[in-house]
Structures are given as C-alpha cells and as structure tokens.
Design a protein around this ligand. Structure first.
Ligand SMILES: [Zn+2]
Length: 245
C-alpha cells in the first residue's frame, strides 16, 4: 500500500516536473501546437514514437526514389531528410531535430496534425460520401495513410515554389473506385494515393517533384488514363511512368 502510494507520488512529481520543463524550455510552444509537442532534441541514434512523429512530417524530403521508413529509428536517412527539410525552409542545417526545426513544424501543422495547406476534406469525397469508409482498410488506417500523403504533398508544394496543389481524388471506397473506373488494385482504396489536377504547376513538374517526395507510384501524362492528372501513391515497389514527360 505504502509502496503504491509512493509510486503515485512519483508519478505526480514527474507530471509536475514534466509540465514545468515544457514551460521553461519553450513557452511559445504551447500556443503553437495543439497537435503534438516534442520535448527533446532528436538526432542519429534516437529511437521512439517521437521519432516516428518526426518521420511522418519529413517523409516528403527524401532523395529521389527513396521512401522514408516510419520506424521510430533516427538513422542516416532520417538525418538526411531533416537536413533537406531545414534547407528547404531556410533553417540552420544541423541534421538534428532541434527547437528551430520543431518551431517550423508547429507553424506547418494544424491541430488535427495535418499540414496547414491540406485538409482531410480534400481527400474524402469518396463519390459524395465524404468519409473514409468502405475501402480495403479501416477508416482509421485510411485517414492515417492520407495524413502521411498530406505531409509529402506539403513538401512537394514547398519545392514547387509554394504553389497550391489541387487534389482531385483521394480516398475511394471499393464501390466508388469501381464506379470511377479505377484499377481493381488501386491504392486509392487504401488511402495511399492522391491525384493532382491540371490547375497546378505543370503536370511534368508535379510528376518529377513526386520522386523526391517519397512516392513510389507516380503516373502522369502519356500513361493510359492519366493525361488530365498526376497520380501519386505510396507502396513498396516502384511504378513510375509518364511517357510524355
Ligand atoms: Zn489516382
């Protein structure tokens, strides 16, 4: 009983210390972030769920053809992505997720953890259903997959000169995909694909930008059925095709 009491006291003490630490370290963070707050610097060798949270947000800052693993392990690929993110936003390039990096991420994220220039509502048309249901994965998984894509698109948008990107199709249920004439194996049914329409940067610029934004499925002009949009998807193997680019 006493022991249990002690552990309760310890937990309370930790909670108090934790909240005090956050305030002392970065009073500006509380207002900046209703989504997620990092409470330590991350660098090569760091592991944990906070590394995964970082990886989701920098997944669009990879080298050409690379797909960053969201594995909670801060290795060389994560460091390189952090460097590109920092460079892309004019921050000191340290390769370490430091306070300047977090401040930029807080600026870029909404309270629902999506990036500021994209919203779930742009991806959930689903043939008028306005939800993420009826696909090949659960609603929660589809949303999580779409969130990752949004961060990749946020990076693409930045690299293309802060030009708005127009999402014409995101998640599709199995029946919606069929009605839309989508491939029977379409990644859209998993929330792992998005289409960008033509009121965007040039089609081939978008197709090319997708290569360094972590997309392993990239279909554009000249590929059957893709002359009016660019299709970007996340999967393990690579399919890049845009014969007219
Ligand atoms: Zn598509």
């Amino acid at each position: 009983m006493f022991r249990r009491f002690l552990s309760v006291v310890a937990v309370l003490a930790l909670a108090v210390v934790g909240s005090v630490t956050i305030h002392v370290l970065a009073p500006e963070k509380a207002a900046a972030d209703g989504c997620y707050t990092w409470d330590r610097t991350l660098r090569q060798g760091s592991t944990g769920s906070d590394v995964t949270q970082l990886q989701i947000r920098i997944a669009g800052w990879v080298s050409s053809g690379e797909n960053l693993a969201l594995d909670g392990d801060f290795g060389p690929a994560t460091e390189a992505a952090v460097r590109r993110f920092q460079s892309g936003y004019g921050l000191p390039v340290t390769g370490v997720a430091d306070s300047a990096t977090y401040t930029k991420i807080y600026e870029l994220q909404d309270n629902d953890c999506t990036p500021i220039h994209f919203a779930y509502s742009e991806f959930d048309n689903n043939c008028g259903a306005n939800n993420f249901r009826g696909g090949k994965v659960s609603e929660a998984t589809a949303k999580e997959n779409i969130r990752r894509i949004m961060w990749q698109l946020e990076a693409m948008r930045r690299k293309l000169g802060d030009r708005p990107l127009n999402v014409t199709s995101g998640f599709r249920s199995v029946s919606c995909n069929e009605a839309s004439g989508g491939s029977p194996t379409s990644l859209h049914m998993y929330g792992q694909a998005a289409d960008l329409g033509l009121t965007n940067p040039p089609q081939c610029s978008m197709w090319n930008a997708g290569k360094t934004a972590g997309f392993e499925e990239l279909l554009g002009p000249g590929y059957p059925g893709h002359n009016d949009h660019v299709h970007l998807g996340n999967k393990a193997s690579r399919t890049w095709s845009a014969p007219n680019c």
